[in-house]
Design a protein around this ligand. Sequence first.
Ligand SMILES: [Zn+2]
Length: 277
Amino acid sequence: MANSFINPTDLPLVPPMDLNQHLPGIDRISPFPMQLRTQRNVGLFYARREADPVTGRQTLIRPHTGIDLLAPKGTKVFAAAGGKVIDVNPGNILMLHDFGFKFMTFYNHVQNILVKVGDIVSPGHEICEVNDNPNWPTETHLHFELRYPFESSTFTRKNSLPINTTFVLYNWEVKSFENDNNNSNRNVYDNTVITSYEEVVRDRQLRFVKINVRANNRDLYLPLQTGLFEDQHLADTIRAAFMANKTVRIAWRESLYFSKIQTVHDKVGIIVEIKML
Ligand SMILES: [Zn+2]
């Protein structure tokens, strides 16, 4: 990375939790089923500026600088990348990672911390456990942040800016499915027609294309990462097929990362391929 901009999806990360660690045949560090907390309007990365109605000054409104990953109390938390522990407080850990460029990871609402300041840990190293939180008794979660240090000598959370975490972990999921050679998670609706088409903008700037196909009442989604050519191309094809009422073949898989993106607790079907017939 030659320039100073970080593309979050390029960060070499492993998911900070593994809820399937007892299942055979799955890499130890797997996010599945990793659930985003999206209920009650909180949980995804979010920040925006708005003019204060009284003073007219631009102020930061309700920023949520990380993502909330639902997990029971006691769930193990792992270092998302190799690096150095630079701050430990009751309930949270801050790590610094140097890959030629520097970034930080921050783990909040945690207990039983196993590392101390100065420790060098490898990716996937167990560092703590998820703790409960009196504010969210039924939604115990890890608050996970990625941060970019703007100060080159003093590395603190304050001297850093949050990076959008949502798609970093989604990108990890996409890559892991790309390497899934037996296509065990792949489903196909063949010879069908898209009967409904909708662009969904959830809170926290998360965008989806949502469709339904003939003779199936299951909604399928395509998360849109801003500026990602492949996603945009797929979205354009879906829209064109719907508008022209074309017969299509759609391949999709179940996302276990976006599994709580809807108000119902269904898993989300992610569109991976569409072909006009
Ligand atoms: Zn949070």
